[in-house]
Write a protein that binds this ligand. Structure first.
Ligand code: UFG
Length: 339
């Protein structure tokens, strides 16, 4: 297939582009390089037919032109900002980059006659689910508690409205929305990895402490209503997450609409993650107990029933240490990320 990958120079998008190329698909990466790394394209080039376009998705016309030129069959839409804390401080930036840019992308698809999309949504759209909804099924009410979650929920709503209107007009539009839990780890062949600037995610920060690049890690809140008082999250390996995209792409038929949560179905606390990082790296990781971070829900983990039964997807890597080890191997080889 001819696949357009938005945000293909970013962490998750680059793993998708790599896998698509390995599977023999032609890939067009669109990335504005706000946070992506152009070096990724050089790594991808020897793997197959990849073309890079540096542009902003919000500018519909040039993107439609690229779609026509490359005869795009399907869009995988990763391009977004994804820091909960930053979204609380700079909400407009999130509505611009996540919501408005997705509108531009949909308009470009409409103009170019591209009718299939796999959209990266997030379990942050669930907000702080009532206890009876944890583990979280797709039917959990969506009440995001931060602008990041709201910026993504708006895109889900846009996709649903657009799909409905297309159906009324007997036109084709098919979409799978994947609501990710916490994505972690990296390509186990060590070719690409996770490199954010600024870095705010738990596992990479723990690894930076292990590398001696930071003096300590701060636990954001130790007074949550959880077993050890720290937040619980569901960590899914990035390669498993990409498997879910490949399945979604292959199984998506005309006029279908699907929503799946992607998470392994088990939660780990912040303390458990830091302990596992210390075990994997063999280094002491100094911890400071700090205040809660605004916008953080206490417990989020998936109920994977729907994705297991309907998409036939199951996480192959459910073990936290294996997930952290893949991130560690890349980071050890690339202590300053892509440089
Ligand atoms: N945490 C710390 N110290 C740190 C960094 C993180 O205690 O230095 C804690 C956070 O407070 C949170 C947990 O570790 O409880 C995980 O935090 P991350 O920043 O790694 O990830 P988030 O859960 O905030 O967000 C991630 C993605 C979002 C996605 C969300 C879904 O960044 O895009 O998972 O759960 F929506």
């Amino acid at each position: 297939m001819n696949v357009l990958v938005t945000g293909g120079c970013g962490y998750i998008g680059s793993h998708a582009a790599l896998r698509l190329l390995e599977d023999g698909h032609a890939v067009t990466v669109v990335d504005d390089l706000t946070r992506g790394h152009k070096q990724v394209i050089e790594i991808l080039k020897p793997l197959g037919d990849v073309r890079f376009v540096q542009d902003d998705l919000g500018r519909g016309d040039p993107i439609a032109h690229v779609m026509r030129q490359r005869s795009i069959d399907l869009v995988m839409h990763f391009g977004a900002l994804a820091y909960v804390g930053e979204s609380v401080e700079q909400p407009l930036r999130y509505y611009r980059k996540n919501t408005a840019s997705s509108l531009g992308l949909l308009e470009a698809m409409e103009e170019a006659g591209v009718s299939k999309i796999v959209f990266s949504s997030t379990c942050a759209t669930y907000g702080k689910p009532p206890k009876r909804y944890v583990p979280i099924p797709e039917s959990c009410p969506q009440k995001p508690i931060n602008p990041y979650g709201r910026s993504k929920l708006m895109v889900e709503q846009m996709l649903l409205d657009h799909a409905h209107a297309k159906k009324q007009r007997d036109e084709t539009f098919a979409c799978t929305m994947l609501r990710y839990f916490n994505v972690a780890g990296s390509d186990r062949k060590g070719r690409i990895g996770e490199d954010h600037d600024p870095e705010t995610h738990l596992i990479p920060i723990a690894l930076e402490v292990a590398l001696g690049q930071r003096p300590h890690i701060t636990i954001f809140g130790t007074d949550y209503d959880t077993e050890d008082g720290t937040c619980i999250r569901d960590y899914v390996h990035v390669e498993d997450l990409i498997d879910a995209h490949i399945e979604a792409m292959q199984q998506l038929d005309a006029n279908e609409l699907h929503t799946f949560n992607v998470g392994i179905g088990r939660g780990y606390s912040v303390r458990e993650v830091i302990d596992a990082a210390a075990t994997v790296t063999g280094k002491k990781i100094k911890v400071i107990e700090g205040d809660r971070r605004p916008g953080d829900p206490p417990t989020l983990f998936n109920n994977p029933k729907r994705i297991n039964s309907e998409l036939g997807w199951e996480a192959k890597i459910a073990d936290l240490e294996t997930i952290i080890d893949s991130a560690w191997q890349w980071r050890k080889q690339n202590p300053h990320g892509y440089g």
